[in-house]
Structures are given as structure tokens and as C-alpha cells.
Design a protein around this ligand. Structure first.
Ligand code: DUC
Ligand code: ZN
Ligand code: ZN
Length: 473
């Protein structure tokens, strides 16, 4: 087994920062030491197999992206990153664990859906992976199957209040599934948008000849997000289910979550980089069909209405608890262009799995969040929320050797032509310049990224069984 000593860096966790050396034995962190310490009398650098000099750099727990959709069949096509390409891109960006969504489609049995996701991922991943379960058909059989999810290492499931005819659950189904969530401790994850009402708005806009990508954002109005968020909170309140609302974009939805938390309810919100940086006006409203690159749901919101600034503030004040990507990439050619002349046919999704750590670090540089908060929202809280903490999300003895060495004096130019490793023909982040750089990435003790070189291999990543959330009460 290889022993690795990371020396000279500043170890940053959710709770503080200090100069420390990190010793990894095989796949596991075994000690966090004062710089230059001797362990059991031995001169450490001389006795380990590999020394990584992190002088002047941050040593942080590997990123955990708790919301990805590799290979998801969706919108008449499938997400363009496979588990192989998507997890490799994640590693490039300092993410060492993803939690992807296994899908139970309408009419399918839950465990058949889960088995399909295992087949897609097994032996293909560059980094560790876990699953949430989408319940696309809440019925007596799937409700019963949910009793067995935890034993499979799946401690959360996702419902959709959007996409009628695809993944949609009505209120009666949501109520039953949330009762199950309260009974089992599985977290209910919710896509909170009023799908049936949105479908009417879509139909009306198209009938008026409003077919451009911009109208995707108009149809999926913030009122539809706020209303659904409120409804989900109320059903969770009634049933006692722990609720986690995914990809929150509207400030009004955040306000619903904050009010519920102030009221003592166990509800949480996740946002994504696109809702912090991008907007309805500048991106969805780009000339011609360009806006299709940024068609995702929930949609990008109006900058004039202040959603983005409010979202940064909510991250700082913990009204929003963490940041995932909702990575669901589609190419422009042959995929997004299915919606030329009809925005409702543009496959929904943005690819960001590679850039989340950098994009959020830019929030540290800009004074929006602290260094510790950066680690918390990108790694530690995801681990605690979804039953990975201890093994993931922290640098301490016994944790997996999932570590990123981040250079605050480095620079990252994001773009399709420049640094992009996702399987896409464009970047939703073209031209973004970040004052920081992912230098080295270790995944369970193995160096997989070393100064712009990928040293990992397909199959390095293993399935991780998750336990219950630390946020259950
Ligand atoms: N939203 C997206 O943008 N893509 C995948 C599914 C979703 O809810
Ligand atoms: Zn969703
Ligand atoms: Zn999603």
C-alpha cells in the first residue's frame, strides 16, 4: 500500500483552517499532523512512499456533487456524459464523489430501475459514486420497495411536481411517498415546479409564436416554483417527512424554505452554479437559438429581479445549505437543436460537473462566502445530508483519502476549447475566468489529477453505500 504525505499546505475544513500535514495510508487518511511532525519517532517525509508539496495551497476534502444525471434518457435523447466521461470530468474539477439519480420510470419496478443504474456505472467511473432513487411511479409496489432502499445504500428518493406524463407525481402520490419518507428516514428530494400549470403556459406561448429559448424561462415562472415549494413544504409538514428541495432558483422559493426552517421544520434547499451566475436576460435571451445552451429546469431567473444576488446571500446565511450541479449535459448539435422552433422540445439541462468547485471558489475571491463555507457547501454538508460523512466530506483520520490541493494563486480559464473534459460540443461557462486552480486530486489515496494530467483510470471509482442523513430529527 502506498503511503502519501501532503506537506506544507493549509488544511481547510468546514470549521476552520490550519497549517497541517496529511498522512494517507493506502486509501485512508491516518493522521492530520502539525507541520514537520514526527510520527512514532520516524522522520515522516523520509519514510513515506510519496510526498506532495502543498506549500501555499489549500488542502480540502474532495468535492461531493450530490446531483448529477449521467446517461439520463430525457427529452427524446440522453444526457451526453456517460459515467465514464462525466466522472472523469468531475475529477478534473476537484469532485471526488457524485450522487447520481437512478430512475424508476413509469410502469417499471423500483429495483429494476436501480439495477439499470448499477449496470451503467459499474466499472466505468473515475471517482466514487452513489445513488438517489427517482420514483417516477408512486404506487403500492414502489411504496413497498422504498422500504428496501436503505439496505441498498440509497437513503434518499426524488419526486417531481413537474414533467406531467414523464416523472410527475400528483399531490396524493406525494403525500403517500412523504409518509414513507417520515417512516423510513429516507430524505424526500423534490423537483418543485407546478408542471401542469407550466404546460398550459407553454401551450399558450407557442400558440402566440413565442418559440425561442427565452420563453422557456417565461413559462416556468418563479410563481410556479414558489407555489410548488410551498405545497411540498406543507405536505412535508403534515407527514413529518424530511424535505430537500433540489435546484432552487427563485428567491421566493428560498423565502418559503427559510420561513419553514424558522418555523422549526426539517427542510433544506440546494442551488446550482447556474442560478448564482447566469440569467434569463443574458443567457436564455441570447440571440437566435444560442439560449438553448442554458435551457434547464428550474430555469435561469431574471437578474433585474435580483435572484442571483439573493442566492449568494442565502448561501452565506445558510438559508440554502449546499450547491450541486444538476449536471445534465446535452450537445447543441443533434440534441438541443431538437427544440429549434419550439423551446419546449429543447432537452433540459446544463453541464457543470467539472466547474462547480472553481465557480464556487470564485465566490470566496469575490467576498461572497468564506473559505470554510466553500468547503461546507461543496463537500461537508453534502456528505452530512446524504449519509456519507466521516468517510467523505472531511479531512480526519479514518476518512477516505479524497483530497483536493487547490492553488489560490493559480488560474482557470473555463471553456469548451480550453479546459473542458465533459462530453459536450459547447460550454455553458465559456469565457469564465477563475482566480484559483485545482492542482492535484486524490481519490481514495490515488492521485488522479496531477497538474493538468489525468492519472486515473476507468473503474477507479466504486459504488458507495450511504447511510441515513445526519440531518434527521
Ligand atoms: N432539470 C434539468 O434541467 N435537467 C434534468 C432534469 C431536471 O429536472
Ligand atoms: Zn429536477
Ligand atoms: Zn436533476
Amino acid at each position: 500500500m502506498t503511503t502519501t504525505l501532503i506537506t506544507g499546505g493549509t488544511v481547510v475544513t468546514a470549521t476552520g483552517r490550519s497549517k497541517a500535514d496529511v498522512l494517507i495510508d493506502g486509501e485512508t487518511i491516518v493522521a492530520v499532523l502539525e507541520p514537520g511532525s514526527r510520527l512514532l519517532g520516524t522522520d515522516l517525509p523520509a519514510s513515506v512512499d510519496r510526498v506532495i508539496d502543498a506549500t501555499g495551497k489549500y488542502v480540502i476534502p474532495g468535492g461531493i456533487d450530490a446531483h448529477t444525471h449521467m446517461e439520463l434518457p430525457f427529452g427524446g435523447t440522453a444526457a451526453s456524459d456517460t459515467f465514464e466521461t462525466g466522472t472523469r470530468a468531475a475529477a478534473w474539477g476537484g469532485t471526488t464523489t457524485i450522487i447520481d439519480f437512478a430512475v424508476q420510470t413509469y410502469g417499471q419496478r423500483v429495483f429494476d430501475g436501480l439495477a439499470t443504474w448499477h449496470q451503467k456505472a459499474a466499472g466505468n467511473c473515475a471517482i466514487d459514486y452513489a445513488f438517489h432513487q427517482i420514483i417516477g411511479d408512486v404506487n403500492a409496489d414502489s411504496l413497498q420497495a422504498m422500504d428496501g432502499l436503505l439496505a441498498e445504500g440509497v437513503s434518499s428518493f426524488k419526486l417531481f411536481m413537474a414533467y406531467p406524463g414523464v416523472f410527475y407525481s400528483d399531490d396524493a402520490q406525494i403525500l403517500r411517498a412523504m409518509q414513507k419518507s417520515a417512516d423510513t428516514g429516507l430524505i424526500t428530494m423534490m423537483h418543485a415546479e407546478n408542471g401542469p400549470a407550466i404546460d398550459v403556459l407553454v401551450e399558450q406561448l407557442l400558440a402566440q409564436g413565442k418559440t425561442d429559448p427565452y420563453y422557456h424561462g417565461v413559462a416556468r415562472a418563479w410563481q410556479m416554483e414558489e407555489e410548488a415549494t410551498h405545497r411540498a413544504i406543507m405536505i412535508a409538514n403534515l407527514t413529518g417527512a424530511p424535505l430537500y428541495v433540489v435546484h432552487v432558483s427563485a428567491r421566493q422559493a428560498v423565502e418559503q424554505l427559510a420561513a419553514a426552517r424558522d418555523n422549526g421544520q426539517n427542510v433544506f434547499g440546494e442551488t446550482c452554479p447556474q442560478y448564482l451566475y447566469l440569467s434569463l436576460e443574458e443567457n436564455l435571451g441570447a440571440p437566435g437559438f444560442e439560449g438553448a445552451k442554458w435551457v434547464c429546469s428550474t430555469p435561469l431567473r431574471s437578474r433585474a429581479e435580483g435572484h442571483q444576488d439573493h442566492m449568494w446571500q442565502s448561501l452565506r446565511t445558510n438559508d440554502i445549505q449546499m450547491v450541486s450541479t444538476d449536471h445534465c449535459p446535452f450537445c447543441m448539435k443533434g440534441q438541443k437543436d431538437l427544440g429549434l422552433g419550439n423551446f419546449s422540445k429543447i432537452p433540459n439541462g446544463i453541464g457543470s460537473v467539472e466547474h462547480r468547485m472553481d465557480l464556487l471558489y470564485q465566490g470566496v475571491v469575490n467576498g461572497r462566502i468564506t473559505l470554510e463555507r466553500w468547503v461546507e457547501i461543496t463537500s461537508t454538508t453534502p456528505a452530512r445530508m446524504f449519509g456519507l460523512y466521516g468517510k467523505k466530506g472531511v479531512i480526519q483520520p479514518g476518512a477516505d483519502g479524497d483530497i483536493v490541493i487547490y492553488d489560490p494563486n493559480g488560474h482557470t480559464s473555463i471553456g469548451y476549447e480550453k479546459t473542458h473534459h465533459m462530453n459536450m460540443d459547447h460550454s455553458a461557462w465559456e469565457g469564465y475566468e477563475i482566480d484559483g486552480h485545482v492542482d492535484t486530486v486524490l481519490s481514495r489515496g490515488k492521485v488522479v489529477i496531477d497538474h493538468n494530467e489525468y492519472l486515473g483510470a476507468k473503474g477507479d471509482g466504486q459504488f458507495v453505500k450511504r447511510g441515513l442523513s445526519q440531518y434527521l430529527i
